[in-house]
Design a protein around this ligand. Structure first.
Ligand SMILES: *Cc1c(COP(=O)(O)O)cnc(C)c1O
Length: 494
């Protein structure tokens, strides 16, 4: 299997190992596989009897053909270990009627980013060997909270890789700060900067683009790499849990083999829902994909009108991982529906004017598979409360956005198929807002909110968030935003 850029009409030439190492294509496009491998009913039936790591290795081996099945199986077994994914890698819990919650947050940072970031570093480590890379990869991450911690957990103690994370000193929550400051591992570093998230992001971009830095690094035996969510190595592992969810629906006798089901995804960068679309293209019987947004409803507008326009207000919401105006992975959908030439033109327009409009036939092809819904803050809070009070299911703020969208879709369409809703974070990750929704009052403090939520709901704090205040603090450094490059060099000298 070879890969090509979404913006190029040349034939595919890059191997999976190369695209995982490289991240973004040279022309600025995203890497896509040259063809879609198939998944037959007989294979699905076989996967029904397998564990999550085996399901993952079998699906990944269809895309990563330059990795052996044994390599993938070893990596998947280590990534999705039972002691890091307590309660299973992607268990499904019924919410009510045909709504099923696919819980993707049982991993080491209690958010769904772990599903990809536990396996991707292992794939990168092998990619370095497969491409004859002798240098150490230095992963630089700017984070507004969640991605930094998930990346640290994923890359810690992985061969041939070091990771450094920058976060805005006053721009992350107390829980997030503690999660990062107490990070374990011999190849990790964390540094706060005096500035906001954009400063951190711009700083990292400047370091990536600095030829002199690259030379200094090269002399020390390092090169830069990124853990960005547009990397194919993060996307491919997300296909797996849709297949796994279908197997679990069959095992629970909620679907017969061949019956179709629907999927609803709380969406930011469009990575997670695009993985579901790929699963559908492979042959997984997904009938419809519901794209759920919060008040930043740029995708809802796009799916309804065909116009993507980021010239609009930006809102900070209680589901911050979906506060996004540029959904990068949408480019991959455009490529599959409209082809590389049109995709390159849309992206050109987006860069020049902040907007583009797809042709009516492109929109109608997209609408055959996707619907968009959005949920405002009040509806999100009411959904958390009602879902807990009426059905005993405690959802985080992102999951609640999706539950509300799924309910709206079911009501409008009358579709009674099973509806798999991606649950993307533990409710304890956003304990403040979840507590306010179910208890009707503010928690004493952000740290206190975890225990108060536990008492109020009779649920349990997940292990990654328990006892956070008692853990050893390893990283306390704060630098000026102009000093980020210096901080990197200092780290590598140590
Ligand atoms: C990243 C994230 C999302 C959005 O996923 P995309 O792949 O960017 O669409 C949703 N919920 C949570 C909790 C996240 O961390």
């Amino acid at each position: 299997m070879l890969y090509k850029s979404t913006r190029s009409n040349q034939s595919a030439t890059a191997s999976a190992a190369e695209v995982i190492k490289q991240g973004l294509a040279q022309d600025g496009g995203l890497f896509v596989p040259e063809s879609i491998p198939t998944l037959t009913h007989a294979e699905i039936l076989e996967l029904c009897g397998e564990s999550y790591p085996v399901r993952a290795a079998k699906i990944l081996s269809k895309f990563l053909s330059d990795y052996t099945y044994e390599e993938l199986l070893q990596d998947c077994r280590e990534a999705y270990r039972e002691d890091s994914f307590v309660g299973g890698a992607a268990p499904m819990v019924n919410i009510h009627d045909q709504l099923e919650s696919l819980e993707l947050w049982h991993g080491p940072t209690a958010a769904f980013k772990d599903m990809a970031l536990q396996i991707m570093p292992r794939l990168l480590s092998r990619a370095l060997k497969k491409t004859g890379e002798k240098r150490t990869a230095l992963i630089l991450v700017a984070t507004s909270g969640d991605t930094g911690k998930a990346a640290l957990e994923g890359y810690k103690d992985v061969d041939g890789i070091q990771i450094m994370v920058f976060y805005p000193v006053d721009g992350v929550s107390r829980v997030q700060k503690l999660q990062m400051a107490t990070q374990t591992g011999s190849n990790v570093n964390v540094c706060a900067i005096k500035g906001n998230f954009d400063d951190a992001q711009n700083g990292v971009k400047a370091i990536f683009g600095d030829a002199e830095m690259a030379k200094k690094l090269n002399d020390k035996g390092y090169f830069f790499s990124s853990a960005n969510s547009i990397n194919w190595g993060r996307l491919a592992p997300q296909i797996v849990y849709y297949v796994s969810a279908y197997c679990d629906l069959i095992n629970a006798k909620k679907c017969a083999l061949g019956d179709s089901f629907n999927v609803c995804v709380p969406t930011g960068n469009f990575g997670n829902i695009f993985a579901a679309y790929l699963a559908k293209l492979m042959g997984l019987p997904i009938h419809h994909l519901v794209c759920a947004s919060n008040a930043n409803n740029i995708l809802t507008d796009f799916l309804r009108t065909g116009t993507y326009d980021r010239n609009r207000d930006f809102y900070l919401t209680m589901s911050p991982s979906m506060d996004i105006l540029i959904s990068s992975n949408l480019e991959r959908l455009l490529y599959f529906v409209a082809g590389s030439e049109k995709t390159a033109a849309y992206m050109e327009q987006l860069k020049a004017t902040g907007a583009y409009t797809v042709e009516p036939e492109v929109l109608s092809e997209i609408q055959k598979n996707f619907s968009g819904y959005f949920t405002n803050e009040e509806e999100t809070r009411a959904t958390i409360r009602d879902t807990f009070e009426k059905h005993g299911y405690l959802a985080d703020t992102h999951t609640a956005v999706a539950i509300h969208a799924a309910e709206a879709y079911v009501k409008e369409s009358g579709d009674t198929r099973p509806m798999v809703i991606d649950s993307t974070a533990s409710p304890y990750k956003f304990a403040n807002n979840v507590y306010l929704a179910v208890a009707g009052k503010e928690a004493t403090s952000e740290l206190e909110a975890l225990e108060e939520l536990e008492k109020a709901t009779g649920t349990t704090i997940p292990y990654p968030l328990a006892g956070l205040a008692e853990r050893e603090i390893r990283f306390t450094k704060t630098v000026e935003k102009e000093q980020m490059a210096e901080a990197v060099l200092e780290y590598l000298n140590a």
